[in-house]
Design a protein around this ligand. Structure first.
Ligand code: CMP
Length: 139
């Protein structure tokens, strides 16, 4: 079925002017950008978005990295979008990511790993809601 997922192009990528390169890989994987905006996340927004990770040892660094520069938040649409996006992103740690994936080709480290993507359809809906109003998404 055609479904939606949520993506973030992270500060390591915007810093290196890779917004287009990342988006091209998403599009070539069969995903369509149906909403997009560039934002500077506040500390409160980053903490709220990553609240599920708040007990993790890397939480503070994650929030400081995600607020270190602009991000581009996107809604992606396509056949089986959550899985399709996870496949093209590759493993969280670029050292473990498969050839041809965004993180293998572009990521710097497990933290500066270029993209975030929802891990389930349920979380996709929550994450899309966190950043977008319904009328900002044009399919
Ligand atoms: P993301 O998919 O955005 O979700 C949580 C993020 O935490 C993850 O990608 C990584 O960028 C970041 N992170 C930093 N350190 C770690 C770690 N040791 N294990 C997992 N994720 C980490």
């Amino acid at each position: 079925a055609v479904t939606r997922t949520f993506s973030i192009i992270k500060p390591d990528a915007t810093r290196r002017n890779l917004t287009g390169a990342v988006t091209k890989m998403l599009e070539e994987a069969g995903l369509r950008v149906v909403a997009s905006k560039r934002l500077q996340l506040s500390q409160e927004q980053a903490e709220g978005f990553y609240a599920v990770h708040k007990e993790r040892p890397f939480f503070g660094e994650l929030v400081s990295f995600m607020t270190s520069g602009p991000v581009v938040v996107q809604v992606l649409e396509g056949e089986d979008a959550v899985k399709r996006n996870r496949d093209i992103m590759g493993a969280t740690n670029p050292k473990d990511a498969a050839e041809g994936t965004i993180r293998k080709e572009l990521a710097e480290s497990i933290e500066a790993n270029t993209v975030h993507g929802s891990d389930s359809e349920e979380n996709a809906a929550i994450e899309i809601d966190f950043f977008f109003k319904a009328d900002e998404i044009v399919g």
